[in-house]
Design a binder for this molecule. Structure first.
Ligand code: ADP
Length: 623
């Protein structure tokens, strides 16, 4: 009963102290991995949206840079020529100079610049001039005539659009602006260029030339707005991207001007729409492609048309790029072209999760293995401890029994002798003999225990063995015969000998051989007693190769397979103390084993064909 309950306690402790924490921690870790994965999955759309935002910001950079550069340009740079600021009071006519825009190569993303005098158109329309309104824009930036015509057409539609949208809306477009004091000489020079070559109702250049000196020192506070981004329908209905700003006088024009009439008209009409025609291809294709380099390794920019091809497992976020950049107007008119698609790879997340799962399973397998090994070792050592305890219990029981029986027999016979129960000398003799036999039995027991400890020492430290010589095993066995015959009531008839002659010499010690043979034969007598007419116990010697052996064979019950090794352990006896009928201490075979090993050999038991067992001791031949 004690064994299973102790084992259960050990298992329970092991489970509570090691298995349970490991399982709980492992479970929690796994749960956390799963939660992290789910969290990352649920974050993917937001990640994609953030990546798209970042991409938009990247794209905004170069656009913003162009807008800022344009914003820094003076209003009179938006023309092929501008008048140099007067060098002195004696300047009688404007000194014309090519502007930065007209002189330089068009920069990427900008198709061209224009400047148009809005009020001049409006006023011309109001007046229902029979003359067609003068040209009102100046385009630069495009080198070829076709390009110039295209930009002119675009600028024209922009002007028409602005006129059409009405005053209120026009005003709301002036979100950010700065006020600049502009000299009239520069304003007039800029406005004068609106029709430098064709016949104009107002011969501005002449007038300007005439009054140039008078204009020196006069100026105007002018509102220069920030650029306004919008998508308009171009002359052929195609969408065009524009960035426009307004340049107009801050105050209402005063009529009591002392400007000459030709210039005061010009002043009254002064209301510029300036801007640039942006390259939609640059905005929607080139910039996104260039900016995509700044995306993370798992984020991809999908060019228009490829967004639909992306496999379903990845998360794609779509943004209308023009709307995101702040373009007003009909941004949806461009359809898929304006859609910026950013994909975030879920595959990578899945791969990462799979790798983590594999790592987790690997660690779990290792833990299971080490816990299993630990459990095995624990059970092994618990079993060993339990067996040792049982053996000790058996030993104590056996020794107690072995001591008590002879002691009580001795005490009984001494008492009987003392009280005069045995009167006849024969009877007394018999009592003395019994006392002597029991005393012998006691001293054998003590002897065996001592022998065990001496031999254990000899086996673990063979240098101390000492008393061996080299001799013939058969002869040493022969020497034990009288002893065995004396111990048997029938004079040793129950034992037969088959001792080989001319055996190779072995390291021998008569005491050891006696102990081996006596123990084995006594065991055979005890556990496989020979009945009258039965097959006697056989003691045999022989040699095989370099090995010399001694066998004791009986026709008893044999030793079960599972017990064959353990019967040689100290204090081990088959069955338990309560069920056993034979007396013993469990030391006999252990001593045989120790003796054999002290001589450099070994001992074991086998099944005997036809029933019974064969106890065999094998010693190596000397030399
Ligand atoms: P003991 O004889 O004192 O019990 P041993 O060490 O001599 O101790 O024997 C160990 C066990 O081996 C015995 O308890 C017995 O069950 C078994 N045994 C020994 N010799 C034989 C044999 N010849 N036949 C069957 N069983 C044997």
């Amino acid at each position: 009963m004690a064994r299973p309950s102790r084992k259960r306690t050990a298992l329970l402790l092991y489970g509570i102290l090691l298995v349970l924490p490991t399982v709980v921690l492992g479970g929690l870790h796994w749960h956390q991995l799963w939660l992290d994965y789910q969290h990352a999955l649920s974050n993917l759309p937001a990640d994609a949206a953030r990546a798209a935002d970042r991409l938009v910001e990247q794209i905004r950079g170069p656009l913003q840079e162009r807008l800022e550069r344009a914003q820094d340009l003076g209003f009179d740079e938006f023309a092929p020529l501008r008048a140099e600021p007067p060098r002195g009071q004696n300047d009688t006519a404007p000194q014309w100079q090519t502007t930065a825009l007209a002189g330089s190569a068009p920069e990427a993303g900008v198709l061209g610049w224009f400047s148009a005098d809005l009020d001049r158109i409006l006023n011309a329309e109001d007046r229902r001039d029979s003359e067609p309104p003068p040209p009102y824009f100046i385009e630069t930036g495009s080198q070829d005539a076709e390009g110039r015509a295209r930009i002119r057409a675009v600028a024209e539609s922009a002007v028409r659009h602005l006129i059409a949208i009405g005053f209120m809306e026009r005003t709301t477009r002036l979100r950010g602006y700065r006020i600049e004091a502009l000299p009239w000489q520069r304003i007039a020079a800029h406005l004068a260029q609106f029709d430098p070559n064709t016949a104009s109702p107002r011969p501005i250049p002449d007038c300007l030339g005439e009054h140039w000196r008078r204009l020196a020192g006069t100026g105007e506070e002018v509102v220069v707005s920030e650029f306004f981004l919008e998508i308009l329908n171009g002359p052929e209905g195609q969408p065009v991207a524009l960035a426009t700003r307004r340049v107009l006088p801050e105050d209402k024009p005063r009529s009591d001007d002392d400007l000459p009439e030709c210039l005061s008209d010009m002043r009254r009409d002064f209301n510029l729409l300036q801007g640039m025609v942006l390259d939609l291809d640059w905005l929607l294709r080139t910039l996104p492609r260039e900016s995509a380099e700044h995306l993370g390794p798992l984020e991809h920019y999908l060019p228009p048309g490829e967004a639909q091809k992306s496999p379903g497992t990845d998360i794609v976020h779509h943004v209308n790029l023009l709307a995101a950049l702040g373009f007003a107007g009909d941004v949806s008119g461009l359809g898929q072209r304006a859609v910026l698609a950013v994909e975030v790879e879920q595959r990578a997340l899945d791969r990462g999760f799979r790798a983590q799962t594999m790592r987790f399973l690997g660690v779990a397998a290792m833990l299971v293995l080490s816990l299993g090994t630990g459990l095995g070792l624990l059970l092994f050592s618990v079993n060993r401890e339990l067996e040792r305890a049982e053996r000790t219990r058996n030993f104590v029981a056996a020794v107690t029994h072995e001591l008590r029986t002879p002691l009580s027999t001795i005490a009984l016979h001494i008492e009987m002798l003392m009280e005069g129960w045995a009167q006849s000398p024969e009877r007394q003799q018999e009592y003395y003999l019994r006392i002597a036999r029991e005393t012998q039995r006691l001293s054998t027991l003590v002897e065996r225990v001592l022998e065990k400890s001496r031999l254990s020492e000899a086996v673990s430290n063979p240098m101390d063995a000492g008393r061996e010589r080299v001799g013939d095993l058969s002869k040493a066995v022969e020497a034990v015969r009288p002893l065995l015959a004396a111990a048997d009531a029938r004079g040793g008839l129950d034992v037969e000998y088959d001792l080989a002659a001319d055996l190779p010499p072995v390291r021998i010690n008569q005491e050891s051989i006696t102990s081996i043979v006596v123990n084995l034969v006594e065991n055979a007598r005890k556990y496989a007693p020979v009945r009258t007419g039965g097959e006697p116990i056989l003691v045999r010697t022989g040699a095989e190769g370099h090995q010399v052996w001694l066998e004791v064979l009986d026709r008893g019950p044999g030793v079960p397979e599972a017990e064959r090794q353990r019967v040689f352990e100290a204090f081990y006896r088959i069955g338990n103390e309560t069920t056993r009928t034979s007396t013993g201490t469990g030391l006999g075979l252990h001593l045989v084993d120790l003796q054999a090993r002290a001589l450099g050999g070994r001992a074991w038991v086998e099944d005997r064909p036809g029933g019974g067992s064969v106890f065999k001791v094998q010693l190596p031949a000397h030399g």
